[in-house]
Write a protein that binds this ligand. Structure first.
Ligand code: 5AD
Ligand code: SF4
Length: 363
């Protein structure tokens, strides 16, 4: 049965449900092997870097799972200066990273928007447009997305967190800042503006079913998504969802293992189903297993996001507990990650942008 499904070119929802339920070591090995073959054929065996700049931990949202939610008063808030961000961008360029990702908590105040406007203009000039720029700055107004696109940003990552409106409601406060439909609409606006569009979900959320996860993969196709960034849900102790998860016994070693395996299965299934998209092996995988990111690459992912944020800010950008690489600087992360890539027989696409083959600019 398993071999038959894995040989199919087009998987049905029932096939996906069957595959996501696989448990035995030998079945998982077959699944990951099949996904790796599809990856090799459609996107190759290079891992592309997106240097991650966590530029501000101010956030107007209050998501129940996230360590930097506005309601967490333990967090010391920071915003990098324009010069600090540009310094990190220059470092990425010097080190032949094909792209950088500007990420922050969600903000739409004028100061912040103007800072991004300014940074995009500067990055476009300094690098002659060579460096790929991905924005991961949450929900914004359509005109803001449009201006940033015109200023040279060409990828946008906005995670839906889940494609189920009901589950979304359970993990977010019920106010106008946390509106499932608006978020989904943002993805369509971004697509319409010609961005390469990325989304993703958290895997292993309390109350999330296997069918929810399969529906997430089908959602990626329906929305014609080019890039996927998804990873396991990882408990943060100072959050409502984290506290509840600990109280319910959902943070045991067994449960963490289950969330890791589930995340790897999601990567493999997404690769088998969508074939030519970019899929990130996210840092959260490594919070649950020190070989998490390598395992992600071997299950079908082809993108890595080395953190280049300076060490002083890393601890203040804690979305979840056990964030790896806290004591490293950008140089250390670069070496450590390239070592990890080589150890599994792949190479890093240094100096290359590594755009998603799924993306067609004319569409
Ligand atoms: N566990 C895993 N991922 C998380 N994120 C936020 N909090 C957590 C958590 N506790 C992810 C969300 C968000 C991204 C920036 O970080 O998916 O979109
Ligand atoms: Fe803010 Fe994003 Fe964290 Fe939600 S997940 S609180 S939007 S940083």
């Amino acid at each position: 049965m398993l071999n038959q499904i894995l040989r199919k070119d087009e998987l049905s929802k029932d096939d996906l449900l069957y595959l996501i339920g696989l448990e035995s070591e030998s079945d998982l090995e077959l699944l990951f092997k099949a996904a790796y073959e599809v990856k090799t054929r459609w996107v190759g065996r290079k891992a592309y870097y997106r240097g991650l700049i966590e530029m501000s931990n101010l956030c107007l949202k209050n998501c129940f799972y996230c360590g930097i939610r506005s309601g967490n008063h333990q967090v010391k808030r920071f915003t990098m200066s324009r010069e600090e961000v540009l310094g990190l961008v220059a470092w990425a360029e010097r080190n032949q990273y094909g792209s950088v990702t500007l990420q922050s908590g969600e903000r739409n105040d004028l100061d912040f928007i103007e800072l991004i406007d300014d940074l995009l203009s500067e990055i476009g000039q300094i690098e002659g447009g060579r460096l790929g720029v991905t924005l991961c700055l949450g929900e914004q107004r359509p005109e803001t997305y449009k201006r940033w696109r015109e200023l040279g940003a060409h990828r946008y990552l906005l995670r839906m967190e889940t494609s189920s409106p009901e589950l979304y409601r359970r993990i977010h406060p019920a106010d106008r800042h946390h509106d499932f439909d608006y978020r989904r609409q943002c993805l369509s606006v971004l697509k319409g503006l010609g961005y390469q569009v990325g989304t993703g979900v958290m895997i292993g959320l309390p109350g999330q079913t296997l069918e929810n996860l399969v529906d997430d993969i089908i959602f990626y196709r329906q929305m014609d998504i080019d890039m996927i960034g998804m990873g396991p849900y990882v408990v943060h102790q100072d959050t409502p969802l984290g506290r509840q998860a600990v109280a319910d016994g959902l943070d045991s070693p067994d449960q963490r293992r289950r969330r890791l395996d589930l995340s790897l299965k999601m990567i493999a299934l997404t690769r088998l189903y969508l074939k030519n998209v970019n899929i990130a092996a996210t840092t959260a995988l490594q919070a649950l297993d020190h070989l998490g990111r390598e395992k992600g690459l071997l299950a079908g992912a082809n993108i890595l996001m080395p953190i280049i944020t300076s060490r002083e800010y890393r601890r203040q950008y804690m979305l979840y507990d056990d964030k790896p690489c806290l004591d490293d600087n950008a140089d250390q992360c670069r070496h450590c990650l390239s070592g990890r890539v080589q150890a599994i027989g792949e190479e890093v696409g240094f100096g290359l942008r590594g755009d998603s083959p799924h993306y067609s600019p004319a569409a």
